[in-house]
Write a protein that binds this ligand. Structure first.
Ligand code: PLP
Length: 398
């Protein structure tokens, strides 16, 4: 270590009192001891030299462990308040890893306001292995309690439901699940650890599609799990290593870079989203706005209690009109790009019924309020006035 380095012994070491923003930049981002580079190098090596035959170093083979992946996992675990995290090739691979803990005959209680891909995995893939799924309104804790059976092994919810932006009572759900010896996992993709850290509320597993806010720039695909318990981490790691859906080093680097600005981005997006939601609420063509920051949202009080200074960058609203008129609005925006996905610097617009939630059975879409008139916005970092003007001109064309 050079003299200069020893002058700053705690240069990139975490300190327990460091804030979220500081940890996002420093934890897992140690200065490279070989060169002094302030950004750790990306390790593309697929294999690592062993000390001797039959002896293992910290890394041996990149599926089992990679320094760049470890660094990003360390940062994320710190931000979620966990003891460890795992990075996967996609958000779906991360959820799949959780479901691999289940076996034939097990039962899952899942939210009825779930990302369409999670619905598909549970209902159309896991069911082939004899795993039974019940969808419940996660905002209704007593309905969750009643849905738990003898063979229930997992409760799965989203911290902000998709697309109706419902907010479950996380501490209560954790209490219910644990009282019945059931594991509880949540998808925190919409919430982000900036706004809500479910492990603090007793949740066992926190999942992200890192493709979204963590990466933040619509340029990478990844998923993560974070946990607060070593034996759970060991089991999930075992399953991940055994099946192989790990995140590649370059994408780990992109996600790690995204994490450094996560707090700034999410707070700015949340504040623009709140203003847009208020504006939409007063719009004559809009029949309903679902945004947890609005007092009219059924779980506004709960979101205010559980969330840390914002309500997220996602806004869902309903137009008075047909599925064709809704599609027309989605296709008429200039700045909001018509695309699935979310959480990036550019704003996106989509029609859940035909896009993100197309894999729901039509009957379930009707049952769970994913109506034809629903439009979901992912609010980016453009200026509020430009976004309002864009929506106004698009709505006026339908
Ligand atoms: C809330 C949520 N969870 C999970 C996923 C799946 O993540 P990925 O697309 O990275 O596999 C998505 C993707 O849109 C999502 O929106």
């Amino acid at each position: 270590m050079s003299e200069q380095d020893t002058d700053n012994p705690s240069d990139s070491k975490s300190h327990p009192s460091d804030s979220f923003r500081t940890r996002a930049i420093h934890v897992g981002n140690d200065v490279d001891p070989a060169t002094g580079a302030v950004i750790p190098p990306v390790h593309f090596a697929s294999t690592f030299k062993q000390p001797a035959a039959g002896e293992w170093g910290e890394f041996d083979y990149s599926r089992s462990g990679n320094p760049t992946r470890s660094q990003m996992q360390t940062t994320l675990a710190s931000l979620e308040g966990g003891i460890g995290a795992l990075a996967f090739s996609s958000g779906m691979a991360a959820i799949h890893c959780v479901t691999m803990m289940l076996k034939s005959g097990d039962h899952v209680v899942a939210g009825c306001d779930l990302y369409g891909g999670a619905y598909r995995l549970l209902h159309k893939v896991c069911n082939r292995s004899g795993i039974d799924v019940t969808l419940v309104d996660m905002t209704d804790a007593s309905a969750v309690e009643s849905a738990i059976r003898e063979n229930t092994r997992l409760v799965w919810a989203e911290t902000i439901g998709n697309p109706r932006l419902t907010i479950p009572d996380l501490p209560r759900l954790a209490e219910i699940a644990h009282s019945r010896d059931v594991l509880i996992g949540v998808d925190n993709t919409f919430g982000t650890p900036v706004l809500v850290r479910p492990l603090e509320y007793g949740i066992d597993i926190v999942m992200h599609s890192a493709t979204k806010y963590l990466g933040g720039h619509s340029d990478c695909l990844g998923g993560t799990l974070a946990v607060a318990d070593q034996s759970l981490l060991d089991e999930l790691y075992y399953l991940q290593n055994a099946t192989g859906a790990v995140l590649d080093p370059l994408t780990c680097f992109l996600v790690a870079r995204g994490l450094k600005t996560l707090d700034l981005r999410v707070r700015a997006q949340s504040s623009t989203a709140l203003e847009l939601a208020k504006w939409l609420q007063d719009h004559p063509r809009v029949s309903n706005v679902l945004y947890p920051g609005l007092e009219s949202h059924p779980e506004h009080q709960r979101a205010s209690q559980l969330f840390d200074g914002g309500y997220g960058g996602m806004v869902t609203f309903e137009l008075d009109g047909s599925i064709e008129q809704t599609a027309k609005v989605c296709g008429a925006t200039r700045l909001f790009r018509l695309a699935v996905s979310l959480g990036a610097v550019e704003s996106l617009i989509e029609q859940p019924a035909t896009m993100s939630h197309a894999s729901y059975d039509a009957e379930d879409r009707n049952r769970f309020g994913i109506s034809d008139g629903l439009i979901r916005l992912s609010v980016g970092l453009e200026s509020l006035d430009d976004l309002k003007d864009d929506l106004e001109q698009a709505i006026s064309k339908s």
